[in-house]
Design a protein around this ligand. Structure first.
Ligand SMILES: C[S@@+](CC[C@H](N)C(=O)[O-])C[C@H]1O[C@@H](n2cnc3c(N)ncnc32)[C@H](O)[C@@H]1O
Length: 323
């Protein structure tokens, strides 16, 4: 028996909590920087009298901006300590999204389940060294099948995630903000609507950013496996969803200035062992490392209104409960 293992596991759990705390700190103070990620979801949901499950909710970014328009909101995450969410959140469930017993643990049905930037963390073993790709496909298809049982007869699952490096195609971004979601409109107004042309030459590679920068520089390794639009579409099909729709969009993050962006990246991704509470505390070498990685993997620049943008890209998949 390894007599050190209890200590090691406490240490690991403390680091994971610190990482989740830093993520939630960044999101609590700067969530509107990510507001463009929510626009493609607007086109696929109908909140009227409906119940929402924010799956792999983190601090509740989805609930925070969509929740108030729904009849009720529940959230589920393996770490619920930092959930903020929305006023009408009923229930925050601490549970593994891949739990074989998730259906009995949740024991409710939802009209919409939305999972944002969580799926890449769902792995059949603790590391991303998957022996066989088939194992991953089976594992994720089983999760999707269980989640389907959490949907009402006319329910819809929406999965949004970072696309694998193997996915090259993406669509452009022609959304009008929806008045059903005043918080989203307010956030869009404060970050400023962007001009399509501002970003035209950029092809962000968030997967490489995770694999080649976050994984080495974060307080916890970034263990993940990324899907493409088409690989996940096939899994949704195997899990029995109907009316599957897929698209990938450029979803830039918008900041008041470069310093705010550097601070957000420092906290959200847990970059650097020491945590700095304000942008001006961050030392020059850390600022320079983060900015170099942003330029190399994501692309960045200034909008016409002087905001600082960083490139980001997500796929959006939805599938309906087929009844
Ligand atoms: C990148 S964060 C995204 C959080 C939030 N949806 C957002 O967009 O800000 C991923 C979240 O998935 C959660 N998570 C990772 N693996 C999980 C699992 N197996 N079961 C439940 N939650 C999980 C993490 O705790 C974390 O809160």
């Amino acid at each position: 028996m390894d007599i050190f293992s209890p200590r090691k596991s406490t240490l690991k759990s403390n680091i994971n909590i610190a990482r989740a705390f830093r993520y939630s700190l960044a999101m609590n103070l700067c969530s509107k920087s990510r507001i463009y990620e929510l626009l493609p979801i607007v086109a696929r949901i109908n909140p009227d009298q409906n119940r929402l499950l924010d799956l792999m909710s983190g601090n509740g970014f989805i609930s925070q901006y969509f929740g108030n328009a729904f009849l009720s909101v529940d959230a589920l995450d393996k770490t619920t300590k930092f959930y903020v969410g929305s006023k009408n959140t009923n229930h925050v469930l601490k549970c593994d999204a891949a739990d074989e017993c998730i259906v009995s643990k949740v024991s409710k049905k939802y009209d919409h389940i939305i999972s944002l930037s969580g799926l890449h963390h769902l792995l059949p073993c603790a590391s991303s060294n998957i022996e066989s790709h088939d194992t991953m496909i089976d594992y994720r298809t089983q999760c999707l099948t269980r989640w389907k049982s959490l949907l009402s007869d006319r329910g819809r699952l929406i999965i949004v995630d970072v696309p694998s490096i193997h996915q090259v195609s993406w669509d452009f971004f022609p959304y009008a903000p929806a008045s059903t979601f005043p918080l989203i409109e307010n956030a869009l107004q404060s970050v400023g609507y962007f001009e399509e042309n501002t970003f035209i030459s950029v092809d962000p590679k968030p997967t490489l950013f995770f694999d080649q920068f976050v994984d080495q520089n974060s307080i916890t390794p970034h263990t993940a496996h990324f899907e493409t639009e088409s690989s996940l579409s096939l899994m949704l099909e195997s899990a029995g969803y109907s009316n599957i729709q897929a698209a990938t969009f450029f979803t830039p993050w918008i900041f008041d200035n470069t310093c705010q962006a550097i601070w957000f990246f420092h906290q959200l991704f847990g970059i650097g062992m020491k945590t700095y509470h304000t942008p001006d505390e961050i030392p020059q070498d850390l600022t320079s490392d983060i900015l170099t990685a942003i330029r190399k993997f994501l692309g960045c620049g200034y909008t016409e209104t002087g905001k600082f943008w960083v490139g980001w890209k997500l796929f959006y998949l939805s599938g309906d409960q087929s009844l």
